[in-house]
Design a protein around this ligand. Sequence first.
Ligand code: DP6
Length: 397
Amino acid sequence: MAVFEATCSAPVNIAVIKYWGKRDTTLILPTNSSLSVTLSQDQLHSKTTIRASADFTSDRLWLNGIEESIEKNKRLVACLRETRALRAENEAKDPALPKLSGLKIHICSENNFPTAAGLASSASGYACLVYTLSHLFQLPLDASDLSVIARQGSGSACRSLFGGFVAWEMGEKADGSDSKAVQIAPETHWPDLQALICVVSDEKKGTSSTAGMQLTLETSPLLQHRIKEVVPQRMESMIAAIKNKDFATFANITMQDSNQFHAVCLDTYPPIFYLNDISRAIIRIITEYNKDGVKAAYTFDAGPNAVIYAPQQNMAEIYAILSHFFPGASFDNPLGLLKEGSALLPLPSTFDTKISPVFPQGSVKQILHTKADDGPRVLDTAQHGLLNTEGLPKRLA
Ligand code: DP6
Protein backbone atom coordinates (compact mmCIF):
# COMPACT_ATOMS: atom_id res chain seq x y z
CA MET A 1 0.00 0.00 0.00
CA ALA A 2 1.19 3.51 -0.79
CA VAL A 3 2.53 5.46 2.17
CA PHE A 4 1.54 9.08 2.35
CA GLU A 5 4.04 10.86 4.51
CA ALA A 6 5.89 14.16 4.81
CA THR A 7 8.70 15.42 7.05
CA CYS A 8 9.59 19.10 7.42
CA SER A 9 11.40 21.45 9.78
CA ALA A 10 10.54 25.02 10.73
CA PRO A 11 12.40 27.85 12.46
CA VAL A 12 11.92 29.96 15.55
CA ASN A 13 11.32 33.70 15.14
CA ILE A 14 11.99 36.50 17.62
CA ALA A 15 9.89 39.64 17.30
CA VAL A 16 11.44 43.10 17.15
CA ILE A 17 7.94 44.65 17.21
CA LYS A 18 5.91 42.56 19.62
CA TYR A 19 2.48 41.01 19.19
CA TRP A 20 0.53 41.35 22.46
CA GLY A 21 -3.28 41.26 22.52
CA LYS A 22 -6.02 39.52 20.50
CA ARG A 23 -9.18 41.03 19.07
CA ASP A 24 -10.46 37.50 18.38
CA THR A 25 -9.19 34.72 20.62
CA THR A 26 -10.57 31.82 18.51
CA LEU A 27 -9.25 32.90 15.13
CA ILE A 28 -6.19 34.47 16.85
CA LEU A 29 -6.49 37.93 15.34
CA PRO A 30 -4.12 40.46 16.90
CA THR A 31 -4.73 44.02 18.10
CA ASN A 32 -1.52 45.21 16.40
CA SER A 33 0.78 44.21 13.57
CA SER A 34 4.20 42.79 14.51
CA LEU A 35 7.57 42.09 12.91
CA SER A 36 10.21 39.44 13.54
CA VAL A 37 13.49 37.94 12.44
CA THR A 38 13.55 34.23 11.57
CA LEU A 39 16.48 32.46 13.26
CA SER A 40 18.51 29.63 11.77
CA GLN A 41 17.13 26.11 11.90
CA ASP A 42 20.71 24.87 12.04
CA GLN A 43 20.60 25.91 15.70
CA LEU A 44 16.90 25.85 16.70
CA HIS A 45 14.03 24.08 14.97
CA SER A 46 10.93 21.97 15.22
CA LYS A 47 10.80 18.85 13.05
CA THR A 48 7.55 17.05 12.21
CA THR A 49 6.60 13.86 10.39
CA ILE A 50 2.97 13.27 9.44
CA ARG A 51 1.68 10.05 7.90
CA ALA A 52 -1.81 9.34 6.57
CA SER A 53 -2.82 5.68 6.39
CA ALA A 54 -5.94 3.55 5.98
CA ASP A 55 -4.43 1.34 8.72
CA PHE A 56 -4.72 4.07 11.36
CA THR A 57 -7.86 4.01 13.51
CA SER A 58 -7.54 7.47 15.07
CA ASP A 59 -5.58 10.71 14.72
CA ARG A 60 -2.62 10.62 17.13
CA LEU A 61 0.05 13.10 18.17
CA TRP A 62 3.44 12.73 19.87
CA LEU A 63 5.32 15.83 21.05
CA ASN A 64 8.94 15.30 22.04
CA GLY A 65 8.26 11.58 22.45
CA ILE A 66 5.15 11.92 24.64
CA GLU A 67 1.66 11.17 23.33
CA GLU A 68 -0.74 14.13 23.69
CA SER A 69 -4.47 14.45 23.14
CA ILE A 70 -5.49 16.06 19.84
CA GLU A 71 -9.17 16.60 20.73
CA LYS A 72 -8.36 18.68 23.81
CA ASN A 73 -6.22 21.03 21.75
CA LYS A 74 -8.69 23.30 19.91
CA ARG A 75 -5.91 25.16 18.11
CA LEU A 76 -4.46 21.96 16.67
CA VAL A 77 -7.93 20.75 15.70
CA ALA A 78 -8.43 24.04 13.80
CA CYS A 79 -5.19 23.57 11.80
CA LEU A 80 -6.18 19.98 10.93
CA ARG A 81 -9.73 20.94 9.99
CA GLU A 82 -8.58 23.77 7.69
CA THR A 83 -5.97 21.74 5.82
CA ARG A 84 -8.20 18.67 5.47
CA ALA A 85 -11.04 20.84 4.09
CA LEU A 86 -8.70 22.26 1.43
CA ARG A 87 -7.51 18.76 0.53
CA ALA A 88 -11.13 17.55 0.29
CA GLU A 89 -11.94 20.43 -2.12
CA ASN A 90 -9.01 19.43 -4.34
CA GLU A 91 -10.02 15.75 -4.23
CA ALA A 92 -13.55 16.72 -5.30
CA LYS A 93 -12.14 18.69 -8.26
CA ASP A 94 -9.64 15.99 -9.31
CA PRO A 95 -10.87 12.42 -8.86
CA ALA A 96 -7.39 11.07 -9.65
CA LEU A 97 -6.08 12.39 -6.31
CA PRO A 98 -5.74 9.81 -3.52
CA LYS A 99 -8.44 10.38 -0.89
CA LEU A 100 -6.18 11.52 1.91
CA SER A 101 -8.66 13.92 3.48
CA GLY A 102 -10.65 11.01 4.92
CA LEU A 103 -7.66 9.08 6.33
CA LYS A 104 -6.50 9.19 9.95
CA ILE A 105 -3.04 10.64 10.55
CA HIS A 106 -0.17 10.20 12.97
CA ILE A 107 1.82 13.32 13.83
CA CYS A 108 5.22 13.14 15.48
CA SER A 109 7.02 16.39 16.33
CA GLU A 110 10.30 17.20 18.09
CA ASN A 111 12.15 20.35 19.01
CA ASN A 112 15.95 20.23 18.99
CA PHE A 113 16.05 22.65 21.93
CA PRO A 114 15.05 21.77 25.48
CA THR A 115 11.62 23.12 26.50
CA ALA A 116 13.26 23.69 29.89
CA ALA A 117 15.45 26.36 28.28
CA GLY A 118 12.33 28.51 28.27
CA LEU A 119 12.51 29.23 24.55
CA ALA A 120 9.11 29.53 22.92
CA SER A 121 8.43 26.44 20.85
CA SER A 122 4.84 27.14 19.79
CA ALA A 123 5.93 29.34 16.86
CA SER A 124 8.22 26.78 15.23
CA GLY A 125 5.91 23.92 16.29
CA TYR A 126 2.72 25.19 14.65
CA ALA A 127 4.56 26.55 11.60
CA CYS A 128 6.06 23.09 11.16
CA LEU A 129 2.72 21.32 11.66
CA VAL A 130 0.95 23.41 9.02
CA TYR A 131 3.85 23.32 6.57
CA THR A 132 4.09 19.52 6.88
CA LEU A 133 0.31 19.11 6.46
CA SER A 134 0.44 21.27 3.34
CA HIS A 135 3.11 18.97 1.87
CA LEU A 136 1.32 15.79 2.86
CA PHE A 137 -1.89 17.10 1.26
CA GLN A 138 -0.03 18.80 -1.61
CA LEU A 139 -1.95 22.01 -1.10
CA PRO A 140 -1.15 24.64 -3.73
CA LEU A 141 -0.75 27.41 -1.13
CA ASP A 142 1.97 30.00 -0.73
CA ALA A 143 3.61 30.83 2.60
CA SER A 144 1.20 33.74 3.29
CA ASP A 145 -1.82 31.45 2.76
CA LEU A 146 -0.27 28.90 5.12
CA SER A 147 0.46 31.63 7.67
CA VAL A 148 -3.31 32.27 7.95
CA ILE A 149 -3.74 28.64 9.06
CA ALA A 150 -0.65 28.51 11.32
CA ARG A 151 -1.83 31.73 12.99
CA GLN A 152 -4.79 29.75 14.34
CA GLY A 153 -2.33 27.45 16.13
CA SER A 154 -0.33 30.23 17.77
CA GLY A 155 -0.21 33.86 16.67
CA SER A 156 3.58 34.12 16.45
CA ALA A 157 3.71 30.88 14.40
CA CYS A 158 2.44 32.69 11.31
CA ARG A 159 5.75 34.57 11.07
CA SER A 160 7.81 31.32 11.03
CA LEU A 161 6.46 30.41 7.56
CA PHE A 162 9.04 32.78 6.04
CA GLY A 163 12.76 33.24 6.42
CA GLY A 164 14.47 36.58 6.95
CA PHE A 165 12.43 39.59 8.06
CA VAL A 166 8.73 38.99 8.42
CA ALA A 167 5.72 41.19 9.20
CA TRP A 168 2.43 39.86 10.53
CA GLU A 169 -0.13 42.28 9.09
CA MET A 170 -2.95 42.45 11.62
CA GLY A 171 -5.69 42.76 8.96
CA GLU A 172 -9.20 44.13 9.43
CA LYS A 173 -11.61 41.44 8.32
CA ALA A 174 -13.67 39.54 10.87
CA ASP A 175 -12.88 36.18 9.21
CA GLY A 176 -9.12 36.75 9.56
CA SER A 177 -8.38 36.16 5.87
CA ASP A 178 -6.22 39.31 5.71
CA SER A 179 -4.36 38.66 8.99
CA LYS A 180 -1.25 37.07 7.51
CA ALA A 181 2.52 37.04 7.40
CA VAL A 182 4.46 38.70 4.58
CA GLN A 183 8.19 38.72 3.97
CA ILE A 184 9.78 42.17 4.23
CA ALA A 185 13.20 40.93 3.09
CA PRO A 186 14.82 37.49 2.71
CA GLU A 187 17.68 36.41 5.00
CA THR A 188 20.14 37.00 2.12
CA HIS A 189 19.30 40.72 2.20
CA TRP A 190 21.20 41.32 5.46
CA PRO A 191 23.48 38.32 5.92
CA ASP A 192 25.63 39.76 8.70
CA LEU A 193 22.71 40.20 11.14
CA GLN A 194 23.26 37.70 13.93
CA ALA A 195 21.77 36.90 17.33
CA LEU A 196 22.94 35.72 20.73
CA ILE A 197 20.28 34.03 22.84
CA CYS A 198 21.03 34.26 26.56
CA VAL A 199 19.25 31.48 28.44
CA VAL A 200 18.67 33.01 31.85
CA SER A 201 18.24 30.83 34.88
CA ASP A 202 14.68 31.05 36.21
CA GLU A 203 12.80 28.43 38.19
CA LYS A 204 9.44 30.20 38.26
CA LYS A 205 6.79 29.38 35.68
CA GLY A 206 5.54 32.77 34.50
CA THR A 207 2.16 33.84 33.12
CA SER A 208 1.61 32.31 29.67
CA SER A 209 1.55 34.69 26.67
CA THR A 210 -1.99 33.61 25.86
CA ALA A 211 -3.38 34.50 29.30
CA GLY A 212 -1.09 37.48 29.90
CA MET A 213 -1.93 39.35 26.71
CA GLN A 214 -5.69 39.20 27.30
CA LEU A 215 -5.29 40.49 30.86
CA THR A 216 -3.24 43.38 29.44
CA LEU A 217 -5.94 44.07 26.82
CA GLU A 218 -8.62 44.16 29.54
CA THR A 219 -6.76 46.36 32.02
CA SER A 220 -3.94 48.43 30.49
CA PRO A 221 -4.69 51.94 29.20
CA LEU A 222 -1.10 52.12 27.95
CA LEU A 223 -1.77 49.20 25.58
CA GLN A 224 -4.43 51.29 23.80
CA HIS A 225 -1.87 54.03 23.16
CA ARG A 226 0.58 51.40 21.91
CA ILE A 227 -2.02 49.90 19.54
CA LYS A 228 -3.26 53.21 18.12
CA GLU A 229 -0.19 55.43 18.05
CA VAL A 230 3.05 53.61 18.63
CA VAL A 231 3.01 50.35 16.65
CA PRO A 232 1.67 51.71 13.31
CA GLN A 233 4.45 54.30 13.22
CA ARG A 234 7.11 51.81 14.39
CA MET A 235 6.12 49.24 11.75
CA GLU A 236 6.75 51.81 9.03
CA SER A 237 10.10 52.94 10.45
CA MET A 238 11.22 49.35 11.08
CA ILE A 239 10.39 48.22 7.54
CA ALA A 240 12.39 51.16 6.14
CA ALA A 241 15.31 50.39 8.52
CA ILE A 242 15.40 46.76 7.36
CA LYS A 243 15.23 47.71 3.66
CA ASN A 244 18.11 50.19 4.19
CA LYS A 245 20.08 47.84 6.47
CA ASP A 246 20.14 50.73 8.94
CA PHE A 247 21.26 48.88 12.05
CA ALA A 248 21.06 51.87 14.44
CA THR A 249 17.36 52.47 13.65
CA PHE A 250 16.62 48.73 13.66
CA ALA A 251 18.28 48.41 17.08
CA ASN A 252 16.70 51.50 18.65
CA ILE A 253 13.18 50.44 17.64
CA THR A 254 13.85 46.85 18.76
CA MET A 255 14.95 47.96 22.24
CA GLN A 256 12.19 50.56 22.61
CA ASP A 257 9.56 48.06 21.54
CA SER A 258 10.80 45.42 23.98
CA ASN A 259 10.77 48.07 26.72
CA GLN A 260 7.22 49.12 25.85
CA PHE A 261 6.01 45.52 25.76
CA HIS A 262 7.34 45.03 29.30
CA ALA A 263 5.88 48.41 30.29
CA VAL A 264 2.38 47.30 29.21
CA CYS A 265 2.94 44.13 31.25
CA LEU A 266 3.67 46.31 34.29
CA ASP A 267 0.60 48.44 33.42
CA THR A 268 -1.53 45.28 33.44
CA TYR A 269 -3.56 44.91 36.63
CA PRO A 270 -2.50 42.91 38.54
CA PRO A 271 0.93 43.45 36.94
CA ILE A 272 2.87 40.81 35.02
CA PHE A 273 6.66 40.59 35.43
CA TYR A 274 8.70 38.73 32.85
CA LEU A 275 12.10 40.40 33.33
CA ASN A 276 14.27 39.54 36.34
CA ASP A 277 17.48 41.03 37.79
CA ILE A 278 19.60 39.22 35.21
CA SER A 279 17.44 40.52 32.33
CA ARG A 280 17.71 44.06 33.69
CA ALA A 281 21.51 43.71 34.01
CA ILE A 282 21.65 42.66 30.34
CA ILE A 283 19.70 45.84 29.45
CA ARG A 284 22.25 47.95 31.39
CA ILE A 285 25.20 46.15 29.80
CA ILE A 286 23.94 46.66 26.23
CA THR A 287 23.06 50.30 27.02
CA GLU A 288 26.64 50.88 28.26
CA TYR A 289 28.06 49.08 25.19
CA ASN A 290 25.99 51.38 22.95
CA LYS A 291 26.95 54.64 24.64
CA ASP A 292 29.19 55.84 21.77
CA GLY A 293 27.01 54.48 18.95
CA VAL A 294 24.47 51.68 18.61
CA LYS A 295 26.23 48.32 18.19
CA ALA A 296 23.70 45.84 19.62
CA ALA A 297 19.99 45.51 20.45
CA TYR A 298 18.34 43.51 23.22
CA THR A 299 14.82 42.15 23.16
CA PHE A 300 12.84 40.01 25.64
CA ASP A 301 9.67 37.96 25.07
CA ALA A 302 7.35 36.63 27.79
CA GLY A 303 10.25 35.44 29.99
CA PRO A 304 13.66 36.52 31.29
CA ASN A 305 15.77 35.22 28.34
CA ALA A 306 17.48 37.90 26.26
CA VAL A 307 17.98 37.87 22.52
CA ILE A 308 20.71 40.23 21.37
CA TYR A 309 20.77 41.22 17.71
CA ALA A 310 24.00 42.65 16.31
CA PRO A 311 26.11 42.71 13.15
CA GLN A 312 28.54 39.79 12.97
CA GLN A 313 31.62 41.97 13.53
CA ASN A 314 30.45 42.96 17.04
CA MET A 315 29.58 39.48 18.25
CA ALA A 316 32.98 38.42 19.69
CA GLU A 317 33.14 41.65 21.70
CA ILE A 318 29.56 41.24 22.98
CA TYR A 319 30.29 37.64 23.93
CA ALA A 320 33.40 38.76 25.87
CA ILE A 321 31.36 41.38 27.75
CA LEU A 322 28.60 38.88 28.60
CA SER A 323 31.21 36.34 29.77
CA HIS A 324 32.65 38.95 32.13
CA PHE A 325 29.31 39.58 33.89
CA PHE A 326 27.91 36.05 33.56
CA PRO A 327 30.73 33.55 34.15
CA GLY A 328 30.14 29.88 33.47
CA ALA A 329 27.58 30.19 30.66
CA SER A 330 27.99 27.32 28.20
CA PHE A 331 28.66 28.22 24.56
CA ASP A 332 28.66 25.79 21.67
CA ASN A 333 30.27 27.98 18.98
CA PRO A 334 28.35 26.73 15.90
CA LEU A 335 29.27 29.74 13.74
CA GLY A 336 32.95 29.66 14.70
CA LEU A 337 32.78 32.86 16.78
CA LEU A 338 35.53 31.70 19.13
CA LYS A 339 38.73 30.63 17.46
CA GLU A 340 40.15 27.50 19.00
CA GLY A 341 42.69 28.21 21.76
CA SER A 342 42.38 31.99 21.49
CA ALA A 343 41.53 34.13 24.51
CA LEU A 344 38.37 36.20 24.85
CA LEU A 345 38.60 39.71 23.45
CA PRO A 346 39.38 42.40 26.04
CA LEU A 347 36.43 44.57 27.04
CA PRO A 348 36.31 47.89 25.14
CA SER A 349 38.56 50.38 27.00
CA THR A 350 35.69 52.84 27.54
CA PHE A 351 33.33 50.18 28.98
CA ASP A 352 32.43 50.98 32.59
CA THR A 353 32.30 47.59 34.34
CA LYS A 354 30.75 49.19 37.44
CA ILE A 355 27.32 49.42 35.76
CA SER A 356 26.50 45.88 36.95
CA PRO A 357 27.83 43.38 39.49
CA VAL A 358 29.41 40.16 38.22
CA PHE A 359 26.69 37.52 38.67
CA PRO A 360 27.21 34.09 40.30
CA GLN A 361 28.22 31.15 38.05
CA GLY A 362 25.30 29.83 36.02
CA SER A 363 23.07 32.94 36.25
CA VAL A 364 23.09 32.81 32.45
CA LYS A 365 23.06 29.08 31.73
CA GLN A 366 23.74 29.11 28.05
CA ILE A 367 24.55 31.48 25.22
CA LEU A 368 23.43 30.36 21.77
CA HIS A 369 24.93 32.02 18.72
CA THR A 370 22.71 32.08 15.64
CA LYS A 371 21.70 34.26 12.71
CA ALA A 372 18.84 35.32 10.46
CA ASP A 373 18.07 32.43 8.12
CA ASP A 374 15.55 30.67 5.87
CA GLY A 375 11.94 29.52 6.32
CA PRO A 376 10.57 25.95 6.65
CA ARG A 377 12.40 23.14 4.87
CA VAL A 378 11.11 19.92 3.32
CA LEU A 379 13.21 16.98 4.53
CA ASP A 380 13.76 13.53 3.09
CA THR A 381 11.51 11.22 5.08
CA ALA A 382 13.73 8.15 4.51
CA GLN A 383 16.58 9.94 6.25
CA HIS A 384 14.81 12.27 8.69
CA GLY A 385 11.37 10.70 9.28
CA LEU A 386 10.32 10.42 12.93
CA LEU A 387 7.89 7.49 12.49
CA ASN A 388 8.80 3.80 12.16
CA THR A 389 7.21 1.32 9.73
CA GLU A 390 4.23 0.82 12.08
CA GLY A 391 3.61 4.57 12.12
CA LEU A 392 4.76 4.96 15.74
CA PRO A 393 7.54 7.28 17.00
CA LYS A 394 11.07 5.96 16.51
CA ARG A 395 11.99 7.67 19.79
CA LEU A 396 9.85 7.92 22.89
CA ALA A 397 10.68 10.05 25.92
C1 DP6 B 1 5.83 38.06 23.61
O1 DP6 B 1 2.22 33.61 19.80
O2 DP6 B 1 2.89 32.59 22.02
O3 DP6 B 1 6.49 36.37 22.08
O4 DP6 B 1 -1.08 33.51 19.96
O5 DP6 B 1 -1.65 33.01 22.34
O6 DP6 B 1 -0.19 31.43 21.04
P1 DP6 B 1 -0.62 32.88 21.25
O7 DP6 B 1 0.64 33.69 21.77
P2 DP6 B 1 2.15 33.65 21.29
O8 DP6 B 1 2.62 35.08 21.82
C2 DP6 B 1 3.90 35.59 21.54
C3 DP6 B 1 4.13 36.84 22.32
C4 DP6 B 1 5.54 37.39 22.27
C5 DP6 B 1 5.66 38.48 21.20
C6 DP6 B 1 5.81 38.02 19.77
O9 DP6 B 1 6.31 36.93 19.48
O10 DP6 B 1 5.45 38.85 18.89
